[in-house]
Design a protein around this ligand. Sequence first.
Ligand SMILES: Nc1ncnc2c1ncn2[C@@H]1O[C@H](COP(=O)(O)OP(=O)(O)OP(=O)(O)O)[C@@H](O)[C@H]1O
Ligand SMILES: [Mg+2]
Length: 289
Amino acid sequence: MAANETFVNVTAGLEKYEGATVAPLGDDFETVGEIYSESPRITVRSVSVFYGDKLGIRDVSIDVGTNEVIAMVGPSGCGKSTFLRCLNRMNDTIDGCRITGEIKLDGQDIYDPKLDVVPLRARIGMVFQKPNPFPKSIYDNVAYGPRIHGLAESRHDLDEIVKTSLERAGLWAEVSDRLDSPGTGLSGGQQQRLCIARAIAVSPEVVLMDEPCSALDPIATARIEELIAELREQFTIAIVTHSMQQAARVSQRTAYFHLGRLVEVGETSRIFTNPRHKLTEDYITGRVG
Ligand SMILES: Nc1ncnc2c1ncn2[C@@H]1O[C@H](COP(=O)(O)OP(=O)(O)OP(=O)(O)O)[C@@H](O)[C@H]1O
Ligand SMILES: [Mg+2]
């Protein structure tokens, strides 16, 4: 069977890559650490993703807890973005991408064929690595989601949503006098906060962030990190980062991926002080990556 052949090839690749230093992440591999959350918002069970015959992630099971920030870390190509995109079905938009397993948001199967992905992506918003404001005004960038989802009954309501979202994203003071200017005219850090305002304007339950600070300077990064800490009071946040320091600063839980496997997950403080898997230890101490 073609699917099985794929698995065999993938496993062989993993073992070869691992060489003699670590146990192969073969068929009997199990994630180390605490995959369960006391108050799960999202439950991911045995999820694998393939791009054609290429492995994205393999057999990942994890909970994302309510009002937690969970950081996804690991070497380039290990499957962090793939995992994140599973959570709001962004992988659906990639040709040849196939997913197996089960993902539930508040107990509801998000891969149910009857489920409409448009409201799903309002409930689980996303912020990308490169700020991508629409070629529209600052106001219209933020108002876009509430408009298409019919969240405002009047112009006054919409003004309120735009203002509150920009305030929560820490951008209001800088743009309140130029809401009609193009969003693309802002600085990189401001554009990223605008994208965060746009994501939260539809009152999502979960916000996914894929390396949201990688294009930003340290000051803009610090601002986004403060924002993540504030947003956690209202939203659940899953963030991909290449910065161990950032993961340590912003997250309560950390998940370490390696070659498509979720190797280890647990409380961030525990992962960074007392990793249980050698691969995790090698990565956080800078021996790999
Ligand atoms: N659209 C795609 N088509 C084919 N293969 C893909 C696609 N996207 C990702 N992959 C493959 O899936 C695997 C996981 O990729 P992914 O982008 O999830 O890694 P990542 O951990 O986010 O890496 P990075 O840190 O470089 O962003 C890689 O082997 C990658 O080449
Ligand atoms: Mg990525």
